[in-house]
Design a protein around this ligand. Structure first.
Ligand code: 5GP
Length: 211
């Protein structure tokens, strides 16, 4: 194994920027990267499968998990709780598998603060829509929500976009295939970082024989 530990890719974006689609396309295109299934207290939407899209738990269970420090980060988003399981990401990255987290800005900032406790590397990617008008249009088309709910989502979007400078990369999702190529480039470039190579592998294969 040339790479010892998987990296963590943290993907955030305002609602409607297309990060969930990007995340799914990335995992379907590239080997060795998994989406981390979050825990949430929100109700499943039609078609969502427990432990595939989310692990759906009730509020008491979620609170007990916080108390037991089972989350590497957690946040309240649009009135529901969401959290990333420490165990799940440690198991995957420990096996050399990259993990992508589709989480909100509050969660991403928590991970940034705890960087040293995350095995391997951690790369922060922010996804922007091409414009505010496009975001408004996508939210209107996608949601059966009232104008008021859409207004709240847009206000939240501005708050989230304010944090883009905390991220390493910014992808503008105008044409999804182009955005996917950019995300692939980020992951592939990270995989060949010198810091990720398994030094034992280099020694065994190239250096031991030379001495
Ligand atoms: P949705 O309920 O529409 O799937 O997600 C709502 C928001 O919660 C999205 O911005 C999504 O990225 C975020 N989210 C999903 N899982 C997590 C998580 O584990 N932690 C945090 N902080 N946010 C999450």
């Amino acid at each position: 194994m040339r790479v010892k530990k998987g990296s963590l890719f943290v993907l955030s974006a305002p609602s409607g920027a297309g990060k969930t689609t990007l995340c799914q396309r990335l995992c379907a295109t590239l080997h060795g990267i998994h989406h981390s299934v979050s825990y949430t207290t929100r109700q499943p939407r039609p078609g969502e499968i427990n432990d595939v899209h989310y692990s759906f738990v009730d509020r008491d269970t979620f609170m007990a998990m916080i108390a037991e420090d089972m989350f590497v980060e957690w946040a309240e988003v649009h009135g529901n709780y969401y959290g990333t399981s420490r165990k799940r990401i440690e198991e995957l990255t420990g096996e050399g598998i990259d993990v992508i987290l589709d989480i909100d800005v509050q969660g991403a900032l928590q991970i940034k603060e705890k960087l040293s406790s995350v095995p391997g590397g951690c790369v922060f990617v922010f996804v922007l829509p091409p414009s505010m008008d496009v975001l408004r249009k996508r939210l209107r088309e996608r949601m059966s929500d009232t104008d008021e709910v859409i207004r709240i989502r847009l206000r939240n979007a501005v708050q989230e976009i304010r944090e883009y400078k905390s991220y390493d990369y910014v992808i503008i999702n105008d044409i999804i295939d182009d955005a996917l190529q950019e995300l692939l480039s980020i992951v592939l470039a990270d995989r060949i970082r010198q810091g990720r190579i398994d030094h034992e592998w280099v020694y065994k294969n190239f250096l031991e024989e030379a001495v």
